[in-house]
Structures are given as structure tokens and as C-alpha cells.
Design a protein around this ligand. Structure first.
Ligand code: PHE
Length: 449
């Protein structure tokens, strides 16, 4: 049987960008930048993206394409020695996919709910007390919040059963262009508000006093999360790449486009936050409490709010497809399940695991580990431990074990692309800079020394 894969150049770009762009840009990036000192956080995030994120992304894509296999099999098949050790990358990746999806589908459920609510009722209010009440009642009612999470799981599961080309590629090809269009409309509106300048100053002027080892780890964790790396997502997607795809170029385009979406989301949100006098440090609820209050003060606010939550739902969906594809591809190929069965099994696991995240805002709210509820725990373990550790191992494997020659032949598509200089630069950073940075930041950020 022939393996499914992405069919067109644009499809490869749309699917990969669809994985990278997600709630990370629209929900995490703005609130983390807001909480951790604006431009100085942005600077550390940018450095992590260039020196850590991009090299690992290129490595994952090329390893996946060479092995043409799911994440676990790729890291078992490619090494000549210590196969069991290296396949831990894939095993950790499947675990990370479930942990991330557990809380991600919860937030995506809130986004879907806000699309629905914006259409059917007027949930905009200039008073943050009112908008907090709306959000509070959504997350504190167990069955309502579970219902939205299950709806999300149903939608994503359905698309995944259709496969890489007919499911993932076809969906992201439609959603990505719309997402950009809606975002640009909102940014234009936001930048023409009276206090746009203060918002921009906040985003672009650095406050270095806020930077410490923990903040650096957060920024690096965000870079991993943003580019969907360190857990085999890009490995799995790479296995669907065509042999003539230019991997370094595609990865760079995806990284830059992803960065633009984050910055545009920042440009859409912060000018409005300042114009209407809200707190830029509102935390994870920024999106659901502050945004509706901001749009309420804006002429035509309901339409803008609908566009905003629609684009957030597109972003979240594309990212969840890539997360779910990690276990599904593994179950199909290694456990010989049908795609439908593999999807159903993964969804069943997520209904249970996801409920612990969703219920941590109501019935399970007093259950804490290291002072974190389930939701925050899954987020912390995945972004700040599993992805960086996975990324470190990927960098070590690609840079030190797999071999320079293989890297150069596969990334140049067997010398059909004239990109030796770019590969040399990538290889140098991957081998010497990426692993050292990840290692030090992990140890310092987790206070291990
Ligand atoms: N990159 C996605 C986002 O920013 C999240 C993601 C993480 C997707 C890891 C796949 C793997 O929302």
C-alpha cells in the first residue's frame, strides 16, 4: 500500500504552517509577552526561535522524510546503534501529544464556544466584571465545558480519519489564507485606534529587569511549542513531505510566517488594551475576558469579535490536527490499526485525560501538584520539560550521530538544490549552539543547578 502524503507545494506549506500557527500565537504569545515584560521577552523568544527552534525544525522534517515513518519508528529506524534509547524521542513525543491535547482541546473548546456565543447572543460588554462572569460561567460549569471539548475532539478526529492529504492538507489549505485575511483586517482596525502607540511601545520597548532564568526557560518553551518541535510532530509531517520539497526553505518560511502571526496578534491586541485602559498582564484569560470588553467599545465590535474568534478557531484546529496525527500515525503503522480505529482510540484517551484538565477549573480545582492544577501541570510539563528534552535529543542525534554526510545529501535533495552554504550554517548551529543553549537553559530554568 502506498503511504499517504501531502500532494502539492502549497499544501506542504499550509499543513506545516497550520501546525505551527495555533493558540500559541493568539493566546499564549500575547499573554506571556504581557506578563513577562514585553519587548525584552520578545527578544529572548526571537533568539530561541532562530538558534534553537529553526535548526530543530529542519532536523525533524528531514529525519521524518528520510525514514518515511511515524515519530517512534523514525527514531528507531534511523540510528545504527542504541535504537531503544533514541526511540525514546518518539515515545516522549506521543506522551507529549496527549498531554498538550488534554489542555489544548479545553482552550479550543472555549474558542469554539465564543464563536457560537458571539453569533447567537451579545456577550460583549465594556465592563470586565461582566465579561469575566461570562467566561467564569463557561469554565466553571463541568458539563458545558466538557461538551465544547468533546465537540472539538469530534471535529478534529473526523478530519484526521480522512488522512494526510484529504484531511489535513485539504483543511489547512482553506483555513490558513482566511486566517491571515481576518487577522490583517483586525490589525488595521486596532492600529487606527487613538492609543495604538502605547500598545506598540509596550510590545517593542524592552524592560530587561524582568529577565531571569525562569523567564528565559518560558521564552524557549514557547519557541518549542510555537514551532511544534521536540515531540515528533514535525517528524511525522516531514514523513508526508514530497522528496522534491526544499526543507530548509520551507522551514524558514513557516518560521517567519508563524512569527508574523504572533506579532500581528500582538499588534491586534495591545493597542486596543491600552486604548480602553485594560491591563496588558491579564494572563491566560486575556483572550476571553479582555478581548470581549475591548471589542465592546469598538464600533462594529461584534463583527470584529466574530472574525477574531473564528480565526482563533482555525488556528487551533490546524495545530490540533498535527498533534493528533502523532499518535494516530503511530497506532496505524506500528500497531496495524485502521485509521478510524487509531483515531477512536486516541480520542477515547483524550476524553479521559482532557476531562482532568477541563475539570481543573471546577470539580478538580483543589487537586494540585507542585501548586499547579492539572491544566497548568500538563502545560508546564510539556512546554518546559518534554519538548526541550526531546529537542535536545533530536539536536544531538541529527548533529552528532546521524552523520554530516547524510545531513548534506538529504537536505540538498541529493545535490539537486544548490544550498550547501545554508546547510553548513544550519549544521554548525545545530551541532554546537542549539544543544548547549537548550541544556543550560533547562538546567538553570528548572533550578537544577
Ligand atoms: N504550535 C502550536 C501552537 O502554537 C501548538 C503545537 C505544539 C502543535 C506542539 C503541535 C505540537 O498553538
Amino acid at each position: 500500500m502506498q503511504r499517504d502524503g501531502f500532494k502539492t507545494r502549497f499544501g506542504i506549506l499550509a499543513a506545516t504552517l497550520g501546525s505551527a500557527v495555533g493558540l500559541g500565537n493568539i493566546w499564549k504569545f500575547p499573554y506571556m509577552t504581557g506578563e513577562n515584560g514585553g519587548a525584552s521577552f520578545l527578544l529572548v523568544y526571537l533568539l530561541s526561535t532562530f538558534l534553537v527552534g529553526l535548526p530543530i525544525m529542519i532536523s525533524e522534517l528531514v529525519l521524518g522524510r528520510t525514514a518515511k515513518a511515524n515519530a517512534i519508528t523514525t527514531y528507531y529506524q534511523l540510528p545504527k546503534k542504541n535504537k531503544n534509547f533514541w526511540s525514546l524521542i518518539g515515545i516522549g513525543g506521543v506522551a507529549a501529544a496527549f498531554l498538550i491535547l488534554a489542555f489544548y482541546t479545553d482552550v479550543a473548546g472555549w474558542v469554539y464556544a465564543y464563536v457560537y456565543k458571539t453569533i447567537t447572543a451579545n456577550i460583549l460588554s465594556t465592563s470586565p466584571e461582566e465579561t469575566s462572569k461570562t467566561f467564569g460561567s463557561l469554565i466553571s460549569t463541568p458539563l458545558t465545558s466538557l461538551f465544547w471539548q468533546w465537540l472539538v475532539l469530534g471535529v478534529v478526529g473526523l478530519i484526521i480519519t480522512m488522512g494526510a492529504s484529504k484531511g489535513i492538507e485539504r483543511t489547512t489549505k482553506k483555513l490558513m489564507p482566511l486566517l491571515f485575511l481576518f487577522l490583517v483586517i483586525i490589525v488595521v482596525r486596532s492600529l487606527t485606534l487613538p492609543k495604538a502607540k502605547e500598545g506598540l511601545l509596550f510590545l517593542f520597548s524592552p524592560d530587561f529587569s524582568k529577565i531571569n532564568a525562569q523567564v528565559v526557560l518560558l521564552a524557549m518553551g514557547l519557541a518549542f511549542f510555537k514551532l511544534s518541535i521536540g515531540m515528533g510532530t514535525m517528524t511525522t509531517y516531514g514523513s508526508y513531505f514530497r522528496d522534491d520539497a526544499n526543507i530548509p526553505a520551507t522551514a524558514t518560511k513557516v518560521m517567519l510566517a508563524d512569527l508574523s502571526v504572533s506579532l500581528l496578534a500582538g499588534l491586534a491586541i495591545f493597542p486596543a488594551v491600552f486604548t480602553y485602559g485594560y491591563e496588558p498582564q491579564a494572563g491566560p484569560s486575556l483572550l476571553f475576558i479582555t478581548i470581549p470588553a475591548i471589542f465592546a467599545s469598538l464600533p462594529g465590535g461584534r463583527i470584529f469579535m466574530l472574525l477574531f474568534f473564528l480565526l482563533a478557531s482555525f488556528a487551533a484546529t490546524g495545530a490540533m490536527l498535527s498533534l493528533l496525527e502523532v499518535p494516530v500515525a503511530y497506532f496505524c503503522e506500528s500497531k496495524k490499526m485502521s485509521r478510524t480505529k487509531a483515531t477512536l482510540l486516541s480520542i477515547a484517551i483524550l476524553v479521559v485525560l482532557g476531562a482532568t484538565a477541563t475539570l481543573s477549573f471546577n470539580v478538580l480545582k483543589d487537586v494540585k501538584f507542585f501548586n499547579l492544577n492539572f491544566f497548568d501541570l500538563y502545560d508546564f510539563i510539556s512546554s518546559n520539560i518534554l519538548l526541550p528534552v526531546g529537542g535536545l535529543l533530536i539536536a544531538l542525534f541529527a548533529g552528532w550521530t546521524w552523520g554530516k554526510e547524510k545531513i548534506f545529501t538529504t537536505l540538498s535533495n541529493y545535490n539537486t538544490l544548490n544550498n550547501q552554504k545554508i546547510i553548513s550554517l544550519y549544521y554548525f548551529v545545530l551541532k554546537y549552539i542549539t544543544p548547549i543553549l537548550v541544556f543550560i537553559i533547562l538546567l538553570k530554568g528548572l533550578k537544577l543547578f
